[in-house]
Design a protein around this ligand. Structure first.
Ligand SMILES: [Zn+2]
Length: 310
């Protein structure tokens, strides 16, 4: 026994000990190809798998940083909303879930609204955070969309909304459903002011979000391979008792069926937006004879406008 306890056990302990020193959050498994991806490298590639091109989810701060010129933006405050008005409880209290999500994400709720410049043009963006209770749309998210729309109208700037959401926040019941017409009215106010309202579908855009503001954009851009739909595929299959076609509810399928205008990879997104906004700005300013914007021609593909070019 002495040989085992004095010699073998310390060796095993040392071995296990060194393995424990390696943090387990350095790697992430790609849901597309199961490859183990080094997190830092993955972040450098905008959370796109370099093996199979699968687009993993991107937190809203990284999203805004990636889209705005020079990665610079100012966050807009969102008015606070009543916390847990229904005193909702399932396996866990809603107030507890909120607390956990806030702790996990460092955000107040599932939306981040910011202003900045995109291709030199003042732009308002609202990005969802799927990590915050599945990006669900409750009162705070509704409030965020209203703030974003009001700011766009006030600044005469285009509004870009980037959903990543499972839909309504069931813990807020009817109050959550009321955000659907509310977000539609917010989107309409931007359109009524003659300003572009662009929606970027990211994985996933589903439920009450798809059934409201997300489907009324002037231009619908989808990230490659994103799931976009109302009810989940399994629910539909069991309801209609039919097998759904391959690729159903994915960006490419929606493009083929006319629900989406453009499908892009994440690295192409910023330049695509600059091109689209440039075209829209020229069209509105040109046809009404107003002063032309600084974006005097279509932005060449792959061009990154710096301060001098603006
Ligand atoms: Zn992959």
């Amino acid at each position: 026994m002495s040989w085992l306890t004095n010699f073998v056990r310390p060796k095993i302990r040392a071995l296990v000990g060194t393995q424990k020193e390696i943090p387990d959050n350095l790697w992430e498994k790609c849901p597309g190809c199961n490859a183990m991806l080094f997190k830092r490298e993955l972040e450098e590639h905008l959370n796109v798998c370099r093996h199979c091109g699968h687009h993993l989810r991107l937190p809203p701060d990284k999203r805004l940083e990636m889209l705005f010129d020079d990665g610079k933006y100012t966050r807009l405050p969102i008015p606070s909303v009543p916390a847990d008005p229904l005193k909702f409880k399932d396996q866990k209290r809603y107030s507890e879930r909120l607390k956990d999500a806030r702790h996990k994400t460092g955000q107040d709720d599932a939306i981040m609204v910011a202003e900045g410049h995109l291709g030199g043009m003042k732009t308002i963006m609202a990005a969802f955070n799927f990590a915050f209770m599945g990006g669900s749309m409750g009162m705070a998210v509704g409030e965020g969309l209203v703030v974003a729309a009001q700011k766009a109208v006030e600044a005469k700037a285009p509004l870009i909304v980037i959903p990543a959401s499972g839909g309504a926040r069931m813990q807020e019941g009817l109050l959550s459903l009321m955000q659907m017409p509310r977000s539609i009215i917010a989107a309409k106010s931007v359109k009524d002011a003659g300003l572009p309202f662009i929606v970027i579908f990211t994985d996933p855009t589903t439920g009450g979000v798809t059934a409201s503001f997300a489907m009324v954009g002037d231009i619908h851009i989808a990230e490659k391979g994103a799931q976009i739909g109302f009810a989940g595929a399994r629910v539909i299959e069991s309801t209609i008792r039919e097998t759904l076609p391959p690729g159903f509810q994915r960006s490419e399928y929606l493009l083929e069926h006319g629900m989406v205008d453009i499908v892009v990879t994440r690295p192409e997104l910023r330049e695509t937006l600059i091109r689209v906004l440039g075209l829209l700005a020229n069209k509105t300013t040109g046809s009404k004879g107003r002063k032309a914007t600084h974006l005097s021609g279509p932005v060449p593909h792959g061009a990154r406008l710096n301060a001098k070019q603006r």
